[in-house]
Design a protein around this ligand. Structure first.
Ligand code: G1P
Length: 315
């Protein structure tokens, strides 16, 4: 069966970006000039997805408005002959988007469960908004390609530093059955490094068969007292094969401040409008920081050097 539907959970509170996210969805924070959620929607479209369900929560109205037509703005841009901007604005409305609200956020598994009626009895993908992925073939498309061969659920994973396993779902790989495609013994949510079965972490792209919903309906809360998608996947893996596909492309984590800043810089350096100025600015900054570091090193050395007085006192 063709994979046509995607679910994007976007009901998190965005506490890592407060106060910016007090009244605004974190998914609307822009990387240079594009909200992070638009990158996710574009990846879905490039993968051939036809319908997208966004599971929203409080303060998510701007997401709905972003992907809706804005007649006033479009008329204004058209009248002023700003065709390039008009194109950018119109692009965002060319998507089959659906919304559902998750009134009581009880974890990622619970958010995905809200998509049960939308998905029906079809395979589907789940795409998390905290990771932007770059590769020649979009990661979601890679998972769909796997599914077309195996007809099994497939979860995207990537190596992470061992000390960071507690931030992710981690797999216990059994055997590599094809290039980067693993059979999995178990899926564990947020293990401490000492208990982590590997360094292969779930990175926010999942291709799932609809049987996951029956499991989610009965899923007890797990790590962080939340209904965890990882736990449901582990159960699914006991009754049907669930593969893990190692992602070899580039992943940008926009889920915390430093990741967000790094991604903004990386994307800024390729953005036609700002890349030259940004490059010049970074060079200037680099030179200033080097000079500052050198000064600090000199003063640190000076501070350690015994003066005539300290020498006297030592004697
Ligand atoms: C969620 C999942 C986790 C996965 C991670 C990827 O965690 O529960 O298994 O590794 O996304 O970003 P969260 O980041 O929402 O805590």
């Amino acid at each position: 069966m063709k994979v046509k539907k995607a679910v994007i959970p976007a009901a998190g509170l965005g506490t890592r970006f407060l106060p910016a996210t007090k009244a605004m969805a974190k998914e609307m924070l822009p990387i240079v000039d594009k909200p992070t959620i638009q990158f996710i929607v574009e990846e879905a479209l490039k993968a051939g997805i036809e319908d997208i369900l966004i599971v929203t929560g409080k303060a998510k109205r701007p997401i709905e408005d972003h992907f809706d037509a804005n007649i006033e703005l479009e008329t204004n841009l058209r009248e002023k002959g700003k065709t390039e901007l008009l194109k950018l604005v119109e692009e965002t409305t060319d998507v089959n988007l659906h919304f559902i609200r998750q009134s009581h956020p009880r974890g990622l598994g619970h958010a995905v469960l809200q998509a049960k009626a939308f998905v029906g009895n079809e395979p589907f993908v789940v795409m998390l908004g905290d990771d932007l992925m770059e590769d020649e073939i979009p990661l979601t498309k890679q998972l769909i390609n796997d599914y077309e061969k195996t007809h099994a659920s497939t979860i995207a994973v990537m190596k992470v530093p061992h000390e960071e396993t507690y931030k992710y779902g981690i797999i216990d790989p059994e055997a590599e059955v094809a290039d980067g495609l693993y059979n999995v013994r178990s899926f564990v949510e947020k293990p401490k490094p000492e208990n982590a079965p590997s360094d292969l972490a779930i990175i926010g792209r999942y291709l799932l068969t609809p049987e996951i919903f029956h499991i989610l309906e009965n899923q007890a809360p797990g790590a962080g007292d939340e209904i965890q998608l990882t736990d449901a996947i582990d159960t699914l893996n006991k009754t049907q094969r669930v593969f893990a596909q190692e992602f070899k492309g580039k992943r940008y984590d926009v889920g915390d401040k430093i990741g967000f800043l790094k991604t903004s810089i990386a994307y800024g350096l390729t953005h036609p409008e700002v890349k030259a100025d940004l490059r010049a600015f970074i060079k200037e900054l680099g030179a200033e920081l080097t000079a500052e570091d050198e000064l600090q090193a000199i003063s640190a050395k000076a501070a350690k050097k015994p003066t005539a007085e300290t020498k006297k006192a030592d004697q």
